[in-house]
Design a binder for this molecule. Sequence first.
Ligand SMILES: C[S@@+](CC[C@H](N)C(=O)[O-])C[C@H]1O[C@@H](n2cnc3c(N)ncnc32)[C@H](O)[C@@H]1O
Length: 490
Amino acid sequence: MLAEITEPASFLVDPADVTGLRGVLAKLAGLGYSESLVSARLGLEDLADLQWRLVTILRADRLAGRDPLALAIDLFLLQGTLPMEELDRLFVSSERDVLIRAGLLAIDETGQARARASLYPVGDRLIFSDHAWPELPHPGYATVPYDQVMGVGLDSRHLARCTTRRPFRAALDLCTGSGIHALLASSHTERVCAIDINPRAARCTRFNAQVSGINNLEVAVDDLFEAVRGQRFDLITANPPFVPSPVNTLRFRDGGRSGEDIQKRIVAGLPHHLAPGGIAQIVTQLGEREQEPLVNRLREWLDGAPMDIYILRLSEHAAAKYAIGHAKGDNYQAFLDSIEEWARNLRAQGYIRVVSVVISFEWSDSAYGPPWERVDESPPPRRAAGAEIDAAFLAERLIRHPDFERVLKQSGVCLAGPIALLDARVLGSDIRAKAKVTLMGQALSIEHQLDPVEREILDRMGGRIQVPDEPAAIAAIRSLLRRRLVRIDP
Ligand SMILES: C[S@@+](CC[C@H](N)C(=O)[O-])C[C@H]1O[C@@H](n2cnc3c(N)ncnc32)[C@H](O)[C@@H]1O
């Protein structure tokens, strides 16, 4: 057993144990092991904010009660160890035994129990994957294995929340890891295909599908689109290894020195695999160079394919901070050398910062003019935002519609919802320096700058207004419609 406690899970299960494991998951769900209840129990606004530095504090402050939910969180999310007495309060012997047989739980010779994989709540789905912090003790790895399956991290949650949840026929999840995006897509898609080059990741996805009772999901071990040549999908999701890295030690993380090795191949493959009317959504990081819009690189990778592109910028990391964040070293000098190695690589790429983005691609329709791109900036969403991304595509199409002006002149417009407005004025004069607005109640909290005409139109818009027949007003309304601050009221 001692050897086993240092082993990661195999993600293989005897078919005879699947029912037992489903029972364990149902029990955990019944205890309140879901994204919202676990966040609430840990006092976190968002489970994505969980980080290893918090673990001992959370255990002492939030899990001291040692009730069954606290024990489950400690065991399966905080990588804690439970003495037998606590394990017995959490699981009856048949549940404990099935977890041990499935390689998810190990008990050492001193009677301490430890999970060999973590269980991540995502909405009300539960997803097994390797531990989020494999270096943590009990037992912890000195070196994280190259084939570590990524836990459900920040980027995983951000893509999950930004994914459009329309009903689709076929979905493809590239770089599937634990299978999170494929598992989520399985509930609004007829058929899902999940692909990863790492056999352990593919096993993990298959394992998750089995224990969650999902049977419309196929898993392939392959290099990106290789296994689906000639096939098109209505939804394509990907969270590729994107880190611009001077090392290649983690398959799930390192995207080559530029960070682009895998992501550029994914974007280049979209024109061959995205079905008409479909959407591809990628969460990634891109190194940003002075005076070079990110979209230029995406257009180059698309090689002229006419696609509309919506870039949602979620956060930025200055190159120096990024290098510090990734540096590793057992002693001070080794750590400083590592910072320099990471910083040198970013400098060599010309990156002044690294930007976290969710990029959505749809086929462009020439009836609406040339392909467009749109860039918005929002703090990462804390809840589902897919419908807002769909709405952004619709808004862009609406303002490009060949009949737009005619329809607009025959209709009225009204506010799309309550709007928070921040007005900066020059003191001692009537000059309005800047106005910023945000449509409230949205998962994406996008701040828009207004020009004076747009500001005035919004000001006048207590209720519905008829569109004035002036080019400046029409241009302003077009711009407000595009940003979804107002809507057409027929
Ligand atoms: C950042 S992880 C994403 C895991 C998961 N989709 C998520 O969002 O949590 C990237 C995944 O890409 C896989 N990967 C790396 N290169 C690949 C390739 N050429 N083809 C398919 N998958 C690849 C890695 O094994 C890893 O599981």
